[in-house]
Write a protein that binds this ligand. Structure first.
Ligand SMILES: *Cc1c(COP(=O)(O)O)cnc(C)c1O
Length: 438
């Protein structure tokens, strides 16, 4: 890694941060190495790469030069020691937890998470891995402390939550995590490192769905975790996967051998190798292209989102807007602390009406894409109660702030006036239906 490049400011790093782009031919743009395997320069190098004695290319399930480039850029953007790119955000979450949590062990997680993450933690992980999760209200950091058991091996939360954009007091929760020697994993998909860098507030691992704002154009599924290198895996022998001899590598001890980079190296050498949820080179390339404009896009995203949230909060047909950028938001002061450049582009608002009015509203829109994605240049909308959050119990949905008339929007970078005009089409359609009914 070139040191000078990695000491530049954030916006420069989105374009230049990380490894040399193309040592082979000097191409400024990262080439797509659409190749499964790479020639070993010598018999010794082949043996050393297999034994993790030398880092280098071997097989794209573990390493690929295009994917490595993405990993090194993400490492630099968050200020970590290494990153593991994965096939999706969900794959990254699993890969981050894999070395930390064993069968019968426990995670404390926020109860305001992306619906799919809640399902992962609530249904699939306990059923197949026997990883148990307690969900707590992250508005009070003490709830994390109260839920700790002997077996707790990770805290998991979203820095700014999907869908309602609640801002979590990362620093307070990180202090509790530190006191009990538990790593704090933060899903930072919604703000991206442009708005918020969790490692700077004491988090230990950051996870992303790069599918969203990082790629930024809805073209490529991907995820990553960034290892902060700031957790002592050796203390108390609570993380034996990282400290005890690994049979697959002839008794290699990850923490003893790789120190602060133990989790990252384990991610390559064991998690990616054995789980195989690797990111494709083409997707890594698309995400690198996206990252080059992350700072410019995010600036426009938050500017538009602020305008739209203010407009909606004054609208006669809106019951509620949940956006941390509004003066009456309960998250206002946390947003000022953690996301001073803006409160993200994802928020919810409740139309006056229920399921039927919601359907009418959605179907009248012309500019908004009615999709399950977020973080696209395009403005996107979805009705969580009937889609992303439909698998949750009504109580859990209520706790996540999802009602029958709740709309989740991801505000794009179009002209704000056009976005407003489109939402007005939706309101006009509801007013029409109310008139007919009346
Ligand atoms: C989308 C999303 C995920 C899952 O990511 P995929 O790339 O779809 O697997 C996880 N967390 C948050 C906050 C998300 O928005």
């Amino acid at each position: 890694m070139s040191k000078a490049k990695n000491e530049m400011k954030f916006n420069t790093k989105t374009i230049h941060g990380g490894n040399e782009t193309d040592p082979a031919y000097g191409s400024p743009q990262t080439p797509i190495y659409q190749s499964v395997s790479f020639q070993f320069p010598s018999a010794k190098a082949a043996a050393d790469r297999f034994a993790l004695k030398e880092f280098g290319q071997s097989y794209s399930r573990l390493t690929n030069p295009t994917v490595d480039m993405l990993e090194s850029r993400l490492t630099v953007l968050d200020g970590g020691v290494g990153a593991i790119a994965a096939a999706s955000g969900h794959a990254a979450q699993m890969l981050a937890l894999l070395p930390l949590v064993g069968p019968g062990q426990h995670i404390v997680a926020s109860n305001r998470l992306y619906g799919g993450t809640t399902s992962q933690l609530k249904n699939t992980f306990p059923k197949h891995f026997n990883w148990q999760t307690s969900f707590v209200d992250a508005d009070d950091p003490q709830n994390f402390e109260a839920a700790i058991t002997e077996e707790t091996r990770a805290f998991f939360l979203e820095s700014v939550t999907n869908p309602a954009g609640a801002v979590v007091d990362i620093e307070a929760i990180a202090k509790i995590a530190q006191k009990h020697h538990i790593p704090l994993i933060v899903d930072n998909t919604v703000p991206t490192p442009y708005l918020l860098r969790p490692l700077e507030w004491g988090a230990n691992v950051v996870v992303y769905s790069t599918t969203k704002f990082m790629t930024g154009n809805g073209s490529s599924l991907g995820g990553a975790f960034v290892d902060g290198g700031n957790f002592d895996w050796g203390k108390d022998n609570r993380y034996p996967v990282l400290t005890e001899p690994c049979d697959a590598y002839h008794g290699l001890k990850f923490h003893e051998t790789f120190g602060d980079m133990a989790m990252f190296v384990h991610g390559k050498g064991v998690s990616l190798r054995d789980i195989g949820a690797s990111q494709q080179p083409m997707n890594a390339f698309m995400t690198l292209i996206g990252l080059e404009t992350l700072h410019v896009r995010m600036q426009r995203h938050v500017e538009n989102a602020q305008k739209l949230a203010e407009w909606l909060s004054q609208h006669d047909n809106v019951a509620k807007v949940s956006y941390a950028g509004l003066p009456d938001s309960p998250y206002r002061s946390l947003a000022q602390k953690y996301t001073p450049k803006g409160s993200g582009a994802l928020f919810t608002f409740d139309i006056k009406g229920g399921m039927e009015e919601s359907a009418r509203f959605l179907e009248a829109l012309q500019l908004f894409s009615f999709v399950a994605n977020l973080g696209d240049t395009r403005s996107l909308i979805i009705h969580p109660a009937s889609t992303t959050h439909s698998q949750l119990s009504p109580e859990h949905r209520q706790k996540a702030g999802i009602g029958d008339g709740t709309m989740r929007v991801s505000i794009g970078i179009e002209d704000a006036e056009d976005i407003m005009a489109d939402l007005q089409r939706g309101f006009d359609a509801i007013i029409g239906s109310l008139r007919k009914a009346g």
